[in-house]
Design a protein around this ligand. Structure first.
Ligand code: MN3
Length: 202
């Protein structure tokens, strides 16, 4: 069994003007497809073949850069498409909002912490909102295609929201203005999907 590039639940242009159609087309169709193919090639014939992507990320030898980079790339982008939607934005509700208030004080403080994590990640990487068993939330960031499920990454819990801050995610529309891209991301966050993941993993 090999991994397959997940289909988008919306069209390439659906997230405009916040995320442009051409970026979505290349990001999903080229970058994510590349990580998927390279992951399949990297695990072929190894003990990782047949494991779930979560198992691969938590068990991999961090010196194996092919599985680390492409396994991370496969999982991270699959999560990323799922936490965005054309009708997104606003604020979460229910238990997730309660947990945000408990962990950060209020939604604005969470937004500041997440935006700072995304803005201060030097070079390529991701910003995350993770949930720990019991429901405690944490904001952190990782380099390259690393992911909170990997061991010893300094960023723990299960990632329920992730933002790609590689230049390929925003350069066509925002050039060097990463803070503008981060700010616009909040207009497309699919809080229902984030809540569903939170409720499953808390
Ligand atoms: Mn990317």
């Amino acid at each position: 069994m090999s991994f397959e590039l997940p289909k988008l639940a919306y069209s390439h242009e659906a997230l405009e003007p916040h995320i442009d159609s051409r970026t979505m087309e290349i990001h999903h169709g080229k970058h994510h497809a590349g990580y998927t193919n390279n992951l399949n090639n990297a695990i072929k014939g190894t003990s990782m073949e047949g494991l779930s992507i979560e198992e691969i990320l938590s068990k991999l030898d961090m010196n194996n850069m092919a599985i680390r980079n492409n396994g991370g790339g496969f999982f991270n982008h699959s999560l990323f498409w799922n936490v965005m939607s054309p009708g997104g934005g606003g604020v979460p509700s229910g238990d997730l909002m309660t947990a945000i208030n408990d962990s950060f004080g209020n939604f604005e403080e969470f937004k500041l912490a997440f935006s700072k994590a995304a803005g201060t990640r030097f070079g390529s990487g991701w910003a995350w909102l993770c949930v720990h068993p019991g429901g405690k939330l944490e904001v952190c960031s990782t380099a390259n295609q690393d992911n909170p499920l990997m061991q010893g990454i300094g960023c723990g819990g299960y990632p329920v929201l992730g933002l790609d801050v590689w230049e390929h995610a925003y350069y066509l529309n925002y050039q060097n203005r990463r803070p503008d891209y981060v700010s616009e991301f909040f207009n497309v966050i699919n809080w229902e999907a984030v809540s569903a993941s939170f409720n499953k993993k808390k």
